[in-house]
Write a protein that binds this ligand. Structure first.
Ligand code: B12
Ligand code: SF4
Length: 430
């Protein structure tokens, strides 16, 4: 079958820009569409193209005309969901292709895509279920695939849940990095101008933070990729000196992480790595971080989220401020750069902005990343705060807008937010 996999364009709207002329918060995000490359890897009997609209936003019509796909697959985060619907509607006007959507938003809030312009919604890990769907479409079989729902507009979706398993990673099907070769020069680490490639070494997370949308991707399980598969993917990114391990929780299985480090060293691979880790992992396994530093770990991304234990508890983070500070000390001693994620609640007071700014300076966090607490549909936080949400338009769910009421005057809130971001980014080098 001819299958076109589409990465949506950069999208999302900005309240600070639209209401207060604060344009400095807008960012352009680019990185390879690893999900689509992974899906393509398991479709070796088919003719697959990847279209990255983040790089070439105007090329959809041309691809539809020249490639004439029988299936179009979209990936979508929450802030991309409306855009995907719009694109799907456009495709439906003059192309008979079956339209499939998967990814974070489809997994957390599948009902959103239960519309006439979408034919199939794939929830969670998609490599195996998408192949099964494509094969069933090809043979026109009665389609009943766990984790895949046919769209049934005006009637609630019905599907069999999928018990995500190691088999869903389909380790033996190599990621098709070659399908984005022509885009590769756009996938750079902005701060250093270095080419950056993405590799997955695990999927899912066993924790259940109330704001987080990762758990539905694997039904709450943590699955590690086979070491050989990770090495194969790193090696495939030959011209790419920096590798971002995209796992939500990279060293979540410490013995796997040790084996992977040993295997990378043994294979003589010389690259630099960025990885997401929890601070309690750092405190429990400092030697593991040291080992990874030896084989090229350059920076770690840590979700500190908050500096106040009461709030961390409300978030169900299963971690605390003391552990966060201990982890910061260990990472600094090891000479690792810290990219620290913090979540600013819309009910922040000026004093809380001051305290957070002070904490980041005092702890010398190299690159603080501040997002605004956003109840993403499908999360526990969304269920808790649903009645307070003021903005339901998903274009604003970029994690840089307050969709809940701010305690401070709204303009002041965004001014404080913008200055916190700029203070952090002005001296940052990852
Ligand atoms: C890499 C990455 C990016 C990259 C590349 C993404 C891309 N598509 O271009 C870049 C840098 C561009 C990016 C940008 C942003 N990102 Co981002 N990103 C990630 C990250 C770290 C990894 C995603 C990934 O590649 N995973 C590996 C692949 C293999 O797994 P996967 O994507 O889950 O795909 C599997 C399934 O979901 C499914 N699947 C996925 N798509 C499809 C499609 C079909 C057809 C099918 C059948 C199945 C399927 O099958 C895949 C294989 O099993 C995640 C966090 C995480 N660890 O997941 C955040 C994450 C997805 N990003 C997030 C956000 C918020 C953003 C931004 C808004 C910026 C920000 N504030 O952080 C921007 C939005 C860009 C825009 N449109 O303007 C959030 C999304 C939350 C949400 N519900 O929307 C996440 C979850 C991080 C977080 N903070 O919680 N991001
Ligand atoms: S925020 Fe991090 S630790 Fe918490 S559930 Fe999400 S990925 Fe796991």
């Amino acid at each position: 079958m001819r299958i076109l996999l589409v990465n949506p364009p950069n999208c999302g709207r900005s309240i600070p820009e639209e209401r207060y002329g604060i344009t400095s918060l807008k960012q352009i995000f680019r990185g390879e569409p690893l999900a689509l490359e992974a899906l393509a890897g398991n479709l070796c009997q088919h003719d697959v193209h990847i279209l990255d609209l983040k790089v070439e936003p105007d090329n959809l019509q041309n691809q539809l005309t020249t490639f004439n796909p029988e299936v179009v697959g979209f990936t979508a985060m929450t802030c991309e969901a409306n855009t995907v619907l719009k694109l799907a509607r456009k495709i439906k006007q003059n192309c008979p292709a079956q339209i499939v959507v998967g990814g974070t938003h489809a997994s957390s809030d599948p009902e959103f895509f239960n519309r006439p312009e979408i034919d199939w919604i794939v929830m969670g890990l998609g490599k195996q279920s998408f192949l099964e769907l494509v094969e069933a479409l090809e043979s026109a079989n009665n389609i009943q695939i766990p984790g895949v729902a046919p769209s049934t507009p005006n009637t609630p979706l019905r599907w069999q849940p999928r018990q995500y398993h190691h088999n869903d990673l389909v380790n033996n099907a190599a990621t098709r990095y070659d399908l984005v070769d022509s885009y590769r020069s756009h996938y750079t680490l902005q701060s250093l101008g270095l080419k950056m490639g993405l590799v997955a070494s695990a999927a899912g997370c066993p924790y259940d933070c109330n704001f987080c949308c990762i758990a539905p991707l694997t039904g709450g399980r943590y699955l590690s990729a086979e070491i050989e598969a990770v090495l194969r993917d790193i090696n495939a990114l030959e011209q790419t000196p920096v590798i971002r391990l995209v796992d939500a929780n990279s060293f979540g299985n410490p013995s796997h992480a040790w084996q992977l480090a040993d295997a990378i060293e043994k294979a003589g691979i010389k690259k630099q790595y960025l990885a997401d880790v929890r601070s309690d992992l750092v405190v429990r396994h400092p030697q593991l971080l040291k080992r990874w530093k030896e084989i090229g770990l350059r920076a770690v991304i840590i979700g500190f989220e908050e500096i106040d234990d009461t709030v961390l508890k409300q978030m169900n983070k299963e971690n605390n401020a003391k552990t966060n500070c201990e982890a910061i000390d260990i990472l600094h001693q090891l000479g690792l750069t810290i990219v620290g994620d913090f979540i600013i609640s819309p009910d922040y007071t000026e004093r809380q902005f001051d305290q957070l700014g002070h904490f980041v300076r005092e702890q010398a966090i190299e690159l603080p990343m501040h997002t605004i607490l956003t109840p993403l549909p499908g999360t526990q936080l969304h269920r808790q705060l649903q009645s307070q949400i003021m903005i339901h338009d998903l274009d604003y769910y970029t994690l840089t807008n307050a969709v809940l009421p701010t305690r401070l005057d709204e303009e002041l809130f965004y001014q404080r937010y913008a200055s916190l971001l700029h203070e952090g980014h002005s001296k940052a080098k990852v």
